[in-house]
Design a protein around this ligand. Sequence first.
Ligand SMILES: Cc1cc2nc3c(=O)[nH]c(=O)nc-3n(C[C@H](O)[C@H](O)[C@H](O)COP(=O)(O)OP(=O)(O)OC[C@H]3O[C@@H](n4cnc5c(N)ncnc54)[C@H](O)[C@@H]3O)c2cc1C
Length: 502
Amino acid sequence: MPGTDSNPRSPRSPRTDQSPSTNRTRRTTVLISGASIAGPALAYWLHRHGFAVTVVERAPELRTGGYKVDLRGVAIEVAERMGILEDIRRASTDMRTGAYVNDDGERIATLPADIFGARTGRDDEIMRGELARILYERTRADVEYVFGDSITSITSVDSITGRAGEEADDLGVEVTFEQGAPRRFDIVVGADGIHSTVRRLAFGPEERFVRHLGAYISAFSLPNELGLDREELYHAMPGKLVCTYSSAGDPAAKAFMIFRSPRLRYDHRDSGQQLALLGAAFAGDGTGTAQTRGWGMIPRMLAGAREATDFYFDGMQLVEMDRWSRGPVVLLGDAAHCASPASGQGTGMALVGAYVLAGELAAANGDTAAAFDRYEAEMRGYVEVNQRAAEKFAKEMTAGSRGAIRFRHLMMRLLPHMPWKDLVAKKITEDVQRGANAITLKDYPVAAGTMGAKGAPSAGSVGATDRGGATDRGGATDPAVTADMAVTAYGAPVPAGPPYAA
Ligand SMILES: Cc1cc2nc3c(=O)[nH]c(=O)nc-3n(C[C@H](O)[C@H](O)[C@H](O)COP(=O)(O)OP(=O)(O)OC[C@H]3O[C@@H](n4cnc5c(N)ncnc54)[C@H](O)[C@@H]3O)c2cc1C
């Protein structure tokens, strides 16, 4: 790519003003690409550690769309350390129940919503856009946000000037933008999602790192025609799953539609093309004319997708990379290790990764390369567990035949009456919780007085913040789940395993 540094050097500095080993006063400057979850979370922690942070977001304003996302295990711990757990509780979807409906929209089996989401203990669920808003509000006073722009090149300054060694290390990288003037930073972070521009510029084309899991998902708002109140309704067809739900405090309903498909060719920034693909995948469904018929809500969902201002569409995909950093450039969240919506841990991993990356940068006293190594060492196992789970869940999200779907419905009806339900409930939540807790958080000391009025407690060790006030679900596993159920990322428990697997 023209203007791109094809061989960024491995930086030994820059240094921060927290470094006890240096008397320099210049703060390390960090440019983060992407203002969704990973980017603002990293900005929060970097600011607390004394770095000077700029976030550039391609969208003209904060993007608020998306599905509801679960925060589980260690991610809840990070949210607590950030002081945003109460904000998350207040914005919780507070879902009550989930049900499967038949072609006529009749509820076949209803279960508590926490069963659908495999949530235990302090786990919670929030709309992705709400979490992005909380993180943005937490950081906007202390961090420079630039909306409506995108990085076009990242070049080591020493390769421009020809300088080498210590002197060159202090110069950092030169970054050019689609709109703004070129600027210099010490570190560039790609938190710009599965289609990361930073990854493409520093590591190579997307195709080298993205693996398709065989399904597509779309999410969007639509009118709450069914008058749902914190209830989610699922409808399964062979190779397809749709859902509509309403969450607490939202007068609109939301929908998501999943369909199995080999990789499709389309422009991921062209919603017109994506709507056409979605329409083709569900053509005739719910109209009474398709061979498999389907729920009459499906055409209304498709109409809702066309009207929506927050339409989201993407593949179920994994990002798999040998390294997440190259010279002064490092990747975070989906850009580094997307686990697909099937994992149910993408948002949690973005939050946790932000905490770890910022903590390691602060702890490294300017040795950026060492910080990046430790960040990867801390995160790799956690990511691995969740990516493997995503592969499994992605297969189980949709049933392959009408017979499998009928069996699924039967199992859900029988659930509450089955004698071995406690054992199975434990097994299911164990699977999900293993991924959610597959990392132990270190405590990274933070400098005092590093957050603005809206920020978190500002002194001491990051692990030592107030832990009070959280609502505990009691760690209970609901007994109404059986051995033939698996819990998928988006939340719905489905019958799994031979001979019922899709
Ligand atoms: C609008 C939206 C809706 C989503 N809906 C769902 C959903 O329904 N279900 C689900 O499981 N996951 C969804 N996701 C993905 C989910 O948010 C992530 O898997 C997870 O939260 C990890 O977040 P992230 O910050 O790493 O990446 P993302 O949430 O993907 O955020 C990446 C951010 O980078 C921005 N960006 C992209 N390219 C550039 C660029 N060149 N320059 C600057 N900024 C750039 C994007 O606009 C976005 O704000 C959605 C993401 C977005 C952006």
